[in-house]
Design a protein around this ligand. Structure first.
Ligand SMILES: Cc1cc2nc3c(=O)[nH]c(=O)nc-3n(C[C@H](O)[C@H](O)[C@H](O)COP(=O)(O)OP(=O)(O)OC[C@H]3O[C@@H](n4cnc5c(N)ncnc54)[C@H](O)[C@@H]3O)c2cc1C
Ligand code: FES
Length: 278
């Protein structure tokens, strides 16, 4: 992980989102799909904001690209930056998606800006001989991101919106269910809202596919110190632990996360206050 002052190279509006590129000397080489960057925003906000790294280029010293959805003060400040401004970044952070050892057909599922880390993942999967289908979903057409790019890096793209304003009306799990029913896809990769990740994990498990999910748990430090980002995850020994999504994640196996208990410390969690009272 490297902390650096990074010069912004471009900020471009892209529908509901902003595409931002910044110089990242020494960082781009270490990037793997699923990694994220923590960016310091204006002086009034102590905490860094986390963003999936969409792509990295290693030419001319290296650069990173991210997709920003302007939401609260930190992201709105960020999208008002201009080429030449300097931001302080820490990257690459977290554990990336694991790639299959065999060339197997894979399904990639992105919700809203959650599709950001999937393009480079698709490139790397195809370079290994894996087939790639991408499902891109959002609440409505305005919040869809990257459909054209998804077509460029995959064998097939399926688009869904909740309101039917683009693609098929429904949830990303509708095409996912149809694809997995073919019985050919052992691997699913997903990034998006927690409810979507839970649904993707459940459908994948139903069809015996292994889902890897990049979670977006609220983060404070982003580097493993504060425990803000913990969520209940079942270990190899069957025991639930509160695990930091910034260091052990953000990518987790979907069948290991106790999705319905996220935001709580389940009573049977190792070291939970309730467990100690027993
Ligand atoms: C691993 C990871 C990857 C992410 N990737 C992207 C991305 O590619 N594009 C994008 O636009 N956003 C992404 N997010 C969400 C982004 O970090 C939040 O939208 C942002 O922190 C909100 O800051 P704010 O000041 O605009 O809003 P506020 O709501 O004012 O944020 C206040 C605080 O709450 C926390 N917070 C609020 N919402 C979130 C959230 N959804 N996730 C995590 N922390 C939150 C932030 O740490 C911040 O310190 C990602 C989050 C994580 C954890
Ligand atoms: S955000 Fe501080 S430990 Fe994960």
């Amino acid at each position: 992980m490297i902390q650096a002052d990074a010069e912004i190279l471009s900020v471009r509006r892209d529908g509901a989102y902003y595409h931002m590129s910044f110089a990242a000397p020494g960082i781009a080489d270490g990037f793997r799909p699923g990694h994220f960057v923590a960016i310091a925003v204006d002086d009034a906000h102590i905490l860094r904001r986390a963003f999936s790294i969409r792509s990295a280029s290693t030419k001319a010293g290296g650069a990173l690209q991210i997709i920003v959805s302007p939401k609260g003060p930190g992201t709105q400040w960020l999208v008002r930056r201009r080429a030449g401004d300097i931001i302080n970044v820490i990257a690459p952070l977290g554990q990336p998606f694991r790639l299959p050892t065999e060339p197997v057909p894979c399904v990639l599922v992105g919700g809203g800006y959650g599709v950001a880390p999937l393009f480079e993942l698709a490139n790397q999967l195809r370079a290994r001989g894996c087939g790639v289908e991408i499902i891109v979903g959002a609440g409505d057409a305005a919040r869809l991101h990257g459909v054209v790019e998804a077509r460029r890096v995959s064998d097939a793209v399926h688009v869904t919106t909740d309101d039917g304003s683009a693609g098929e009306q429904g949830r990303v799990t509708d095409p996912l269910r149809r694809i997995l029913a073919e019985g050919r896809h052992p691997a699913v990769y997903a990034c998006g809202p927690m409810a979507m990740l839970q649904a993707v994990s459940e459908v994948s498990a139903e069809f015996g596919a292994v889902a890897q999910c990049a979670v977006e748990e609220s983060m404070a430090c982003g580097v493993g110190v504060c425990m803000t980002c913990v969520l209940p995850v079942i270990g190899d020994d069957g025991v639930t632990r509160m695990v930091r999504s910034c260091t052990e994640g953000p990518v987790f196996f979907g069948d290991r996360v106790r999705w319905s208990d996220v935001g709580t410390v389940p009573a049977d969690t190792l070291g939970s206050p309730e467990a100690r009272d027993d």
